[in-house]
Design a protein around this ligand. Structure first.
Ligand SMILES: Cc1cc2nc3c(=O)[nH]c(=O)nc-3n(C[C@H](O)[C@H](O)[C@H](O)COP(=O)(O)OP(=O)(O)OC[C@H]3O[C@@H](n4cnc5c(N)ncnc54)[C@H](O)[C@@H]3O)c2cc1C
Ligand SMILES: NC(=O)c1ccc[n+]([C@@H]2O[C@H](COP(=O)([O-])OP(=O)(O)OC[C@H]3O[C@@H](n4cnc5c(N)ncnc54)[C@H](O)[C@@H]3O)[C@@H](O)[C@H]2O)c1
Length: 475
């Protein structure tokens, strides 16, 4: 390290993005500090991935054990299944505490200085931190911003944190409303509908766009709706938005047509989860001190090396990763971007490859994908002059899925007709979140269905669903 600076690297925000960057920086020999104003571990550990997956694990088990028809197929009978809401909530809380402790200890063990307070850029290679004991000035050769995101609450919706709440409160599972409205059918809406429906709540799902799960590939969303929504106690409004939500008992929700803005209905429910997306936490970061303007959605503009941009030009020694740059709001994308930033800081040119970053919704069964949807691939094809082909295979033709008596599912491969290059893979079915990684590696290596169709998969495994899809593409 140059003697001129306090640190080689200072990171603002100790979420998964900042944590991933810090671990990699230490492995590259950089003297590193990380600044955190609130909870170590950020959204994912405290209010996101971790508690939500704990709730999904417990509620998924309840659903499975209460599915008498499925158990009977396997030759099993149960006389009754009870659960304790508080104990499920405690499971989530205990997991958060454990992972938060592990994450903090991993930084301490590696001698990353943890500074508690609000960090701000105060010029090139300079940061100030507002701590309990006053303001502190720090210099660093490089600065990574990883301030993350917060829930977006549309205008007209009033959140009281008890009867109308976002996922920040939802993950605490403080009560189980008899009837809960969920606004938004994206990741959070879907995962919470899985939890609430398994635990016996009646649900009304409200989606502003003209189809449920608008972010997912159409074929996958259609089948997922048939399995995850239709047979469950879930009523849906599509093309409708909640223009007013008033907390209380009951919660009053005024619905309107998303296109015409005309009044549609008033709902009176016990609770309302607002799951309408997230916005970057990028205010008061001192970016004006280095001439950086946020983009029109308040994300920090970056290039694929994670360098912060000002009017399209790289700002030296300043990097931004994770939810705050809006490239891909996923935990593993944040830490992968942290590694990219550190590699570039160390003088090794590296760029993020978003095409090969997988995503999953941890419903029962799960949804996962990597790369492009069929619609996005066709759009790219029409610009670049190539045809797109697709192939599908089904869990109902897979021996392992049949043995588990869980044969609802599909895998869809989107590829270039001319070269066979895989452009996207979409899976709905049991263990989809694990199965997707083979496809992710294939896309990272720009492999074709021709080579993939010759790989050998163990029998009988769910991975043969993908094997079958690749073979169908070439056969
Ligand atoms: C309910 C829910 C479930 C989710 N499930 C998944 C999942 O299963 N898989 C997945 O990949 N993703 C999931 N996500 C998304 C995931 O949580 C985020 O993509 C991830 O947390 C982003 O990491 P980050 O480091 O960019 O930001 P964050 O995790 O938001 O961390 C940012 C940190 O920076 C701190 N900070 C901000 N500004 C300052 C400042 N000026 N000074 C000091 N500190 C500051 C904040 O306090 C915070 O701790 C989920 C999100 C939610 C809400
Ligand atoms: N398993 C995971 O990886 C996971 C889980 C949860 C959250 N996340 C991350 O958190 C982010 C936020 O999740 P999310 O589900 O809130 O956002 P989302 O963007 O996935 O879905 C929001 C949905 O709400 C709809 N909507 C917006 N305003 C509305 C209104 N007024 N009325 C009705 N519908 C409306 C949108 O059309 C959209 O379908 C996601 O982008 C995702 O990256 C990931």
């Amino acid at each position: 390290m140059s003697q001129e600076f306090d640190y080689d690297l200072v990171i603002i925000g100790a979420g998964v993005g900042g944590h991933g960057a810090a671990l990699h920086a230490v492995s590259c020999g950089l003297k590193t500090a990380i600044i955190e104003a609130a909870d170590m571990g950020g959204t994912c550990v405290n209010r996101g991935c971790i508690p939500s997956k704990a709730l999904l694990a417990a509620s998924g088990r309840v659903r499975e054990l209460r599915d008498a028809h499925h158990l009977k197929t396997l030759g099993i009978q149960l006389s009754g299944v009870e659960f304790d809401r508080q104990a499920i909530s405690n499971h989530a809380k205990n997991l958060v505490d454990k992972i938060q402790g592990d994450l903090t200890n991993s930084l301490k063990r590696l001698k990353v200085d943890i500074i508690r307070g609000w960090g701000k850029v105060a010029g090139i290679q300079k940061v100030t931190v507002i701590t309990d004991s006053g303001e502190k000035s720090i210099t660093a050769k490089d600065i990574i911003l990883s301030p993350g995101s917060v829930p977006f609450v549309p205008p007209g919706i009033e959140v009281d944190g008890k009867t109308v709440f976002t996922s920040d409160q939802g993950v605490k599972l403080e009560w189980l409303p008899d009837w809960v409205a969920i606004i938004g059918s994206g990741y959070i809406g879907l995962e919470f509908s899985d939890v609430y429906s398994a635990l016996g709540c009646e649900i009304t799902m409200i989606e502003a766009l003209d189809q449920l799960m608008p972010g997912f590939d159409r074929d996958i969303a259609k089948l997922a709706e048939r399995v995850l929504i239709t047979p469950r106690d879930i009523e849906t409004y599509v093309g409708i938005y909640a223009r007013k939500v008033i907390p209380g008992s009951p919660v009053v929700i005024e619905l309107a047509d998303f296109k015409t803005k005309e009044f549609v209905d008033v709902l009176e429910v016990d609770a309302c989860l607002v799951a309408t997306g997230r916005i970057p936490a990028t205010q008061n970061l001192g970016l004006e001190s280095v001439g950086v303007e946020l983009d029109r959605r308040n994300f920090i503009p970056v290039n694929d090396s994670m360098s912060v941009l000002s009017a399209g030009e790289v700002v030296p020694h300043l990097w931004a990763i994770g939810d705050a740059n809006g490239k891909m709001m996923l935990a593993h994308a944040a830490s992968a971007q942290g590694i990219v930033a550190v590699e570039n800081i160390c003088g090794r040119r590296k760029e993020a490859d978003y095409q090969s970053v997988p995503a999953a919704a941890f419903t029962h069964p799960e949804i996962s994908y990597v790369g492009m949807t069929e619609a996005a691939a066709k759009e790219k094809g029409s610009v670049e002059g190539f045809e797109v082909a697709t192939t599908r295979s089904y869990f109902k033709g897979n021996s392992k899925a049949l043995a588990e008596a869980e044969s609802d599912g599909i895998a869809k491969v989107v590829y270039r007709q001319d070269t066979g290059e895989v452009l996207g893979v979409h899976i709905f079915g049991m263990h989809a979140s694990d199965l997707i990684h083979e496809a992710s590696a294939a896309i990272a290596n720009r492999q074709t269905v021709y080579t993939l169709a010759h790989l050998v998969h163990a029998h009988p495994t769910l991975s043969e669903v993908l094997d079958e899809a690749y073979k169908r593409a070439v056969g």
